[in-house]
Design a protein around this ligand. Structure first.
Ligand SMILES: *Cc1c(COP(=O)(O)O)cnc(C)c1O
Length: 391
């Protein structure tokens, strides 16, 4: 008999009743150090007092009105995002994949309005992940996500990650945009080198096409900058954001330049819940914290500490781990053992990590993790590795 919850997930036998900062607690009191943060969602830790305060204050005042009316919390969050990024304008969604839907629509509408309706193709890359909606799975294009769900949304061209020559060759008079994650998350913590992002920007400028960055996982302070593309010095035309921006409350956004957004006039897009007062109140509280330069510089310092300790872990367990990679507090352990076994061994020593493709285990701790917790986390991973390795 089918489970009452549609069985689309294979879940770990863990169930948490409480979260405190970097910790998740089971009903029997077992405390897990959380290096997953709900897959980069709980960017400011569990039950962060500022976020709890923002949410409960708003909950006591007003939950929902509809986008038929003015929503001041939405304007406040959009203003903060515009102030701190390349963007001139923001649309709010509830998730990353909804941000993907709008990014695709926006890019196509841009060229339609410019009298080039044939420019509909979006170039994407192997190993990418853009969510589970019809546009999201068509964009990423991996058989694992698309098989059986045809006919897929047409208009996506899939290339090998990092192959600049193939990219140059693939651009045609049908191309409207390139969509890429500055650091691939699900694909196994694969950062796109800064030189590639710069090359991509140049190519887009030469051909007059739009650059869409998917910062759903790597954005909101995760890499030590507010957004990951800032490391390269180039800016996109359109950017997808979600996960960390709500700190655990469902919230996403599409950020765009005035030019890229020019086709999106009244009536061209909408959402019932997108940009509701609850989500935007929390989003403002998140932005107030992550835009503080002192906060980001501490993320960078802690990232260095974690990375250094992980290098030691890899060196101590060469039969289990191969290398550390990633950016900021978005790190991956490339494994020789099966990543699923490493994650399970971590559960036994009460540390939570997240598997990814390319034989990688992801470490995406809350950005608020302390130095002591970093040391404790690596010591728990070390104990986990001992149960797996031959040494
Ligand atoms: C998680 C993720 C998405 C999808 O976000 P949802 O909120 O699950 O729809 C899209 N892109 C990237 C890079 C992601 O990590």
């Amino acid at each position: 008999m089918i489970a009452s919850v549609l069985p689309t997930y294979s879940r770990a036998p863990l169930s948490f009743v409480k979260g405190e900062g970097s910790w998740l607690i089971e009903a029997d009191g077992r405390r897990f150090l959380d290096l997953g943060a709900g897959i980069a969602v709980n960017a400011l830790g569990h039950a962060n007092p500022s976020l709890v305060e923002a949410l409960t204050t708003q909950a006591n005042a007003l939950w929902h009105t509809s986008n038929l009316y003015q929503i001041p919390q939405q304007t406040a969050l959009a203003d903060r995002l515009v102030e701190h990024t390349f963007a001139d304008t923001v649309f709010f969604t509830n998730s990353g994949t909804e941000a993907c839907e709008l990014a695709v629509k926006m890019a196509r509408k841009y060229f339609y309005d410019k009298g080039q309706p044939e420019r509909v193709e979006i170039i994407t890359f192997s190993g990418s992940f853009h969510g589970r909606s019809s546009a999201g799975i068509a964009a990423a294009g991996s058989e694992k996500m698309t098989k059986g769900f045809g006919p897929l949304l047409p208009g996506f061209v899939h290339l090998e990650f990092g192959d600049h020559d193939a990219l140059t060759a693939a651009i045609s008079d049908k191309t409207c945009a390139v969509m890429v994650e500055p650091v691939q998350g699900e694909g196994g913590i694969r950062p796109l080198p800064d030189a590639c992002l710069k090359g991509l920007r140049d190519l887009c400028d030469q051909h007059g096409i739009l650059m869409i960055l998917d910062e759903v996982q790597c954005g909101v302070g995760r890499t030590g900058k507010l957004f990951a593309h800032e490391w390269s010095g180039v800016t996109p035309d359109i950017m997808m954001v979600a996960k960390g921006i709500g700190g655990g409350f469902p919230l996403g956004a599409v950020l765009a330049t005035e030019n890229a957004a020019s086709g999106m006039t009244a009536g061209t897009h909408g959402s019932t819940y997108g940009g509701n007062p609850l989500g935007c109140a929390v989003g403002c509280a998140v932005m107030d914290i992550v835009t503080d330069p002192a906060f980001l510089s501490d993320v960078n310092r802690k990232a260095g500490l974690l990375r250094q300790k992980l290098e030691g872990l890899v060196a101590a367990h060469p039969d289990v781990f191969e290398a550390v990679r990633g950016s900021g507090l978005m790190l991956g352990l490339k494994c020789k053992a099966a990543p699923g076994d490493v994650v399970n061994a971590g559960y036994a020593t009460e540390v939570i990590t997240v598997p990814a493709a390319d034989n990688v285990v992801r470490l995406l701790p809350p950005l608020t993790i302390t130095d002591e917790e970093i040391a404790e986390a690596v010591s728990r991973l070390d104990r986990a590795a001992f149960t797996l390795g031959a040494t």
